[in-house]
Design a protein around this ligand. Structure first.
Ligand code: 13P
Length: 255
């Protein structure tokens, strides 16, 4: 039995207005499971973060942004800094989501700078990686995952230390928003590879502590099976996190 507490995160993407965000987080806060058993996080759009923070009050729900710049301030029109996220109560930040990579040109190098900066400012990064359908069909999944890890965690590799609070999210691109989930065995295979990579690049202790989340069409009816895998430590949920009726059963996967 590993010591990693399950971590269930809702990535709201570009959805929900402020009123809907407050209603959703309030419903989650009322029914959320025991914080001793599961860590719960929501990631609203930037414009709702402060409002959601207020609605959370002292309930045990972590709050993330979906992106950030690596600098603390400056001439970066349209960007938001780590210190700004801290100011509105974020504890975490999602970095390198496949939608950021494919639609907005984010590279491993940018994600590396962001992840390093997040840690320096005291935000916990959730670093996303995952292969495309074409890459999977060409049996290049391991190679792609290894290259993304190498590139996105380059600064930590250079320092030879990865803060074990860092979270990795494996999100196969072909499973995001498609209703096609990776089978628990497919998820486990990649999660295990990620953990072995962490052990080789850092050390066994770090690899045992880092939580690896699965994302891609996680639903109430498949979460239990996915979470039964030894290296699946949680989920990064998109569509099903937008309604309390589907997110709450995911948070209570162990019942
Ligand atoms: P879906 O759960 O909608 O497939 O989205 C997954 C995701 O991208 C979470 O970050």
């Amino acid at each position: 039995m590993n010591q990693r507490k399950p971590f269930m995160a809702g990535n709201w993407k570009m959805n929900l207005n402020r009123e809907e965000s407050v209603a959703l987080v309030t419903a989650i806060a009322e029914e959320a499971p025991d914080p001793e058993r599961v860590d719960v996080l929501v990631a609203p759009p930037f414009t709702s973060i402060a409002t959601v923070r207020e609605a959370i009050g002292n309930k045990p729900i972590f709050l993330a942004a979906q992106n950030m710049h690596w600098e603390s301030q400056g001439a970066y029109t349209g960007e938001v800094s780590p210190t700004m996220l801290l100011e509105v109560g974020c504890t975490h930040v999602i970095l390198g989501h496949s939608e950021r990579r494919s639609l907005f040109g984010e590279t491993d190098g940018m994600i590396d700078r962001k992840a390093n900066s997040a840690c320096n400012f005291g935000l916990t990064p959730i670093v996303c990686i995952g292969e495309s359908l074409e890459e999977r069909e060409q049996e290049r999944t391991s190679e792609v995952i290894a290259a993304q890890l190498q590139g996105s965690l380059r600064s930590f590799r250079r320092q030879k230390v990865l803060p074990p609070v860092v979270i990795v999210a494996y999100e196969p691109v072909w499973a995001i928003g498609t209703g096609k989930t990776a089978t628990p065995e497919q998820a486990q295979e990649v999660h295990n590879q990620i953990r072995q990579w962490l052990a080789a690049q850092f050390d066994g202790n770090t690899a045992e502590k880092v939580r690896i989340l699965y994302g891609g069409s996680v639903k109430p009816d498949n979460v239990k099976e996915l979470m039964s895998m030894p290296d699946v430590d949680g989920a990064l949920v998109g569509g099903a996190s937008l309604k309390a009726s589907s997110f709450l059963p995911i948070l209570r996967f162990y019942l």
